[in-house]
Write a protein that binds this ligand. Structure first.
Ligand code: FEO
Length: 398
């Protein structure tokens, strides 16, 4: 994708990855992604802000050539992860006079990850400014979005904030901004997916970073994935809701069923909760996209995990999901387990409870059924749904 102008003397020079389907061998990318690098031409100095995945370096160099970039004085590294830093060694080879501008923690990580030498760095501190002549870069530490070394770069004169992964989205598109109708709905959805899968464990740090953005009042936010954001209020408003403690009256039911008994329980519970006025999202873990489930975890008041008992525990797919959920630490207020067993169901419940040890949620007494659910079991499930619906409504925003 050719270079694109954001403002006078500020250009997108990154790379679009149209067919990438997986990130970190974990996160699905239904819309592909982009690696956003930006070039800022000051009257005296030129700065490149972040780079691209090493396998996309030709696209970065093509864009620099198109803009007739003959010198780069500074390579700003907002985040050490290789999808943004990975091409720094190549840029340094092409522009050996350039200095890598970053914070102390990021410098150490870049040395580890890319084998960069001490002498290529210039370390900056919180709030420090760097003049490019008629433009000034200012740096703000923004740890844990989503690594400990992350920072933001601010151009005071233009009110443009470069936020690395923060407020980004995995979208491959030929459009630069979030302003077209074609982009708007997709940007919201994919930004939420990005938050759910990558940023959610750090929501308390994120609250502080959103306060910084409110203070700076940027006109444009340029993240390192997806589109450049002009509707700053809309996107930061969405993030503020996601990181808040408020939940929706929604129950997510991730499940696996081997011989239909657990499925019968899930289907009955889904109906009962729905009758009680609660939003329900059952997800068959064998088929469902995990990104879609995690997006619901951003808001859901409750999660009921449904599993058969197998291999003296919960189904491995259930444990894999519970492990992910434990790491993502959603703000879910209520959690429980249901499932069918042949001869010992308690080991399944214990397995899930141990896997979800980081979750700060209230447990509702799990409900187990021996074999196929029968009339008395459906009555118990009906009462379970009633109790759960009441609890969900009590903790949800109205
Ligand atoms: Fe897009 Fe954390 O790298």
């Amino acid at each position: 994708m050719a270079a694109k102008k954001i403002k006078d003397s500020i250009y997108w020079v990154g790379a679009v990855d149209w067919d990438r389907v997986l990130f970190d061998e974990l996160v699905s990318l239904p819309e592909g992604t982009s690696y956003n690098a930006y070039i800022v031409f000051g009257s005296e100095k030129t700065a490149l802000i972040d780079t691209v995945e090493p396998f996309k370096k030709e696209e970065l160099f093509r864009n620099l050539k198109e803009l007739k970039v003959e010198k780069i004085d500074y390579i700003v590294s907002n985040h050490a992860e290789q999808d943004h830093s990975g091409a720094i060694p190549e840029v340094l080879k092409a522009f050996p006079e350039a200095k890598v501008i970053t914070n102390k923690k990021c410098k150490e990580m870049l040395k580890d990850l890319l084998d960069l030498k001490e002498e290529v760095f210039e370390v900056i501190e919180e709030g420090q400014e760097l003049s490019l002549g008629d433009k000034t870069l200012q740096f703000f530490m923004a740890p844990w979005v989503h690594w400990p070394e992350t920072m933001f770069t601010w151009i005071k004169e233009d009110k443009v904030l470069f936020t690395c992964d923060f407020l980004g989205s995995h979208i491959a598109t030929s459009e630069l901004f979030d302003t077209t109708d074609e982009n708007r709905a997709k940007v919201y959805l994919e930004t939420k997916r990005y938050y759910a899968e990558i940023m959610m464990p750090f929501r308390n740090f994120i609250k502080k970073h959103l306060q910084l953005i409110d203070k700076l009042k940027p006109e444009i936010i340029a993240p390192s994935h997806g589109v450049v954001i002009k509707d700053v209020e809309f996107m930061t408003g969405a993030y503020k809701r996601w990181v808040s403690d408020k939940v929706k009256p929604m129950v997510v039911i991730p499940f696996v069923s081997m011989h239909e008994s657990t499925r019968h329980m899930v289907e009955f519970l889904t109906e009962e909760l729905s009758k009680n006025g609660v939003i329900v999202r059952p997800y068959n873990l064998i088929k469902a996209d995990v990104g879609n489930i995690t997006m619901d975890l951003v808001d859901a008041a409750a999660v009921v995990i449904a599993s058969p008992t197998v291999l003296a525990g919960a189904h491995p797919e259930v444990i894999s999901f519970a492990y992910l959920m434990n790491g993502l630490r959603p703000k879910t207020k209520i959690v429980s387990v249901i499932g069918s067993y042949g001869w010992n169901g308690k080991v399944m419940v214990k397995h899930i409870q141990e896997t979800l040890k980081n979750l700060k949620a209230k447990w509702i007494e799990p409900l187990l059924v021996k074999g196929l659910p029968k009339e008395a079991d459906y009555e118990r499930l009906s009462k379970f749904a009633e109790e759960l619906s009441k609890a969900v409504k009590e903790v949800s925003e109205t």
